[in-house]
Design a protein around this ligand. Structure first.
Ligand code: SF4
Ligand code: SF4
Length: 103
C-alpha cells in the first residue's frame, strides 16, 4: 500500500491547490438544497464552519446562501446539521458532480 512513510507529513495543500486538482461536472438539478426559513432559527451554524468548500454563507437577514456547484459530496453538512429538513441531500445525477484528479 502506498502512502507517506511513517513519521513524515503529507505536504500542505492550500484550498486553491486542492480546488485546482478538482473538476465539477455540474448538473442543472441541485443535488443539495437548503431551506432558508429553517436556517433562520439556527444559532449554531455548523454548516458554515464545517463545509470544506465554504459553500454556506450567512446573509445579513439571518438566512443562509448556498450554492451546490462546487460541492465535494462529503456529506459533512448533512451529518452535522441539527435541524430536521434544513438540508435535503442527494448525490448528483449519474456522471455528474465532483471529479478528483490525481496529482
Ligand atoms: S443548514 Fe443546518 S446547520 Fe446550517 S444554518 Fe441551516 S439549520 Fe443551521
Ligand atoms: S457535502 Fe460537503 S462539500 Fe458539499 S455542501 Fe455539504 S459539507 Fe460542503
Amino acid at each position: 500500500m502506498s502512502g507517506a512513510p511513517t513519521g513524515e507529513r503529507w505536504p500542505e495543500l492550500s484550498f486553491e491547490d486542492l480546488i485546482a486538482t478538482t473538476r465539477f461536472d455540474i448538473h442543472e438539478r441541485a443535488h443539495i438544497t437548503v431551506d432558508d426559513a429553517i436556517c433562520a432559527d439556527c444559532s449554531t451554524r455548523e454548516c458554515v464552519v464545517a463545509c470544506p468548500a465554504n459553500l454556506f454563507v450567512p446573509t445579513s437577514d439571518g438566512g443562509i446562501l448556498f450554492n451546490y456547484e462546487q460541492c465535494f459530496e462529503c456529506g459533512t453538512c448533512y451529518l452535522l446539521c441539527n435541524k430536521e429538513g434544513a438540508i435535503t441531500w442527494t448525490y448528483p445525477e449519474g456522471g455528474h458532480g465532483v471529479v478528483f484528479k490525481r496529482t
